[in-house]
Design a protein around this ligand. Structure first.
Ligand SMILES: Cc1ncc(COP(=O)(O)O)c(C=O)c1O
Length: 393
């Protein structure tokens, strides 16, 4: 008889603890494409928690581009970029992104998480520290940990606090911030941080996962709002899984950093390239983002954000200082956030509660995200439902 496997007691204890604190996470299965009007567990909902900010994830042009790219170049990358996995759609996408953003080079990565791990672990080490915003994305923090670099975190969006940490550091290293903060939706003080970095000879990196496509001229993101480019921000990370509506990521950088990352960024070197079909779809997304349709979608999104914030003014909610598609409603307690999310579901609105450790303790929230894929009626549904739930005694 084969010996039975017993789950280690520490695994069970960790799960029990999560359950006890109302922090257990689960997947939910959508029986529809990624669109606001979705089907979950056989029921229709209007969803307000996707990162598909421009409503491109199910766009016919992207679907067609993916099909065409798959027909011409196949489905699998087949190897890493450096062996035999760098196909024409990858090259075209890298060049188009570099052109769009005004950078010398772009390198594709399979996910944003891997891009951040790759860049930071290649450029930081025990001697080269990393200074980051307290609310930076987990992948940026993990990159510094992988590098075994001294990691210091400054007060959220506070250049003075970053400056103090720089002054304390014996060596210069990497200064890293999200462009748009993923859980709060506010925009980092990029001009001040880039000035600090250049004055103190630190390398400035921005993760603009939530800004690219949505903000600035032709959707060039948070940097465009402050008229910054490669000179001030030599490392710019962007993802395709949000406004682009596809998946994967890229780093826009200088020729020298690109050459360096090609040698030393392990999550770039030791992994299969993204599907060439996905690269083809991301190229179509980029073209759309730069077109009049992209402008129209951004304008529609701005209209939704204005409407939402106007309606929330009269409600007992703590809105964040966000002008972006991320409009969190902070509830506080995890159980209360779960309860509000359930009450919204009963009204046909799907918005998953975000709880610690993704957000700080006591700051559980509905991370409401708006999309150009929503209609005006969807926004009315959301605001009416929130009004009903948040003002109920
Ligand atoms: C700010 C930020 N950076 C990086 C990532 C990771 O990107 P990806 O989903 O492509 O791994 C995310 C979220 O997914 C994010 O919100």
């Amino acid at each position: 008889m084969k010996p039975a496997f017993n789950t280690p007691s520490w695994v069970l204890a960790a799960l029990d603890e999560r359950r006890r604190q109302d922090l257990m996470r689960h997947t939910v299965t959508l029986d529809s494409p990624q669109i606001p009007h979705t089907q979950i567990n056989g029921r229709p909902y209007t969803a307000f928690c996707s990162n598909d900010y421009l409503g491109l994830a199910n766009h016919p042009l992207l679907i067609r581009a993916m099909q065409q790219s798959a027909e011409e170049y196949g489905v699998g990358g087949g190897a890493s970029h450096l062996v035999a996995g760098h196909l024409a759609p990858h090259q075209r996408l890298e060049e188009a992104l570099a052109d769009w953003l005004g950078y010398e080079r772009v390198l594709l990565f399979s996910t944003g998480y891997m891009a951040n791990l790759g860049v930071i672990s290649a450029l930081a080490n025990t001697q080269r520290p990393v200074i980051q915003d307290k609310l930076n994305h987990a992948s940026l923090i993990d990159g510094a940990q992988l590098a075994q670099a001294p990691l210091r975190r400054y007060l959220h969006a506070d250049p003075l606090s970053a400056k103090k940490l720089m002054a304390k550091s014996e060596q210069s290293g990497l200064l890293v911030t999200d462009g748009v903060f993923s859980m709060d939706g506010d925009i980092a003080p990029l001009s001040e941080l880039s000035t600090l970095a250049s004055l103190h000879d630190w390398t400035f990196m921005v993760d603009d996962a939530h800004g690219l496509g949505c903000l600035g001229k032709e959707g060039r993101g948070s940097l465009a709002l402050s008229d910054l480019g490669m000179t001030q921000v030599p490392l710019l990370m962007g993802t395709f899984g949000k406004a682009f509506g596809t998946s994967g990521a890229f780093v826009a950088t200088t020729q020298d950093f690109a050459d360096y990352l090609t040698q030393f960024a392990r999550p770039y070197v030791y992994t299969t390239s993204m599907s060439p079909a996905m690269a083809g779809a991301s190229m179509a997304a980029l073209q759309l983002i730069c077109s009049q349709e992209g402008e129209d979608r951004r304008a529609k999104l701005t209209g939704h954000i204005d409407y939402f914030r106007q309606r929330m003014k009269d409600l007992p909610v703590e809105l964040m200082a966000s002008e972006t598609a991320i409009q969190p409603v902070v509830i506080g307690d995890s159980s209360a956030a779960l309860a509000v999310s359930e009450q919204l579901k009963a009204l046909g609105v799907w918005c998953t509660a975000i709880r610690p450790p993704t957000v700080p303790n006591g700051k559980a929230r509905l991370r409401i995200t708006l999309s150009a894929g929503h209609s005006t009626q969807d926004l009315v549904l959301l605001c009416d439902a929130l009004e009903q739930v948040l003002t109920a005694k």
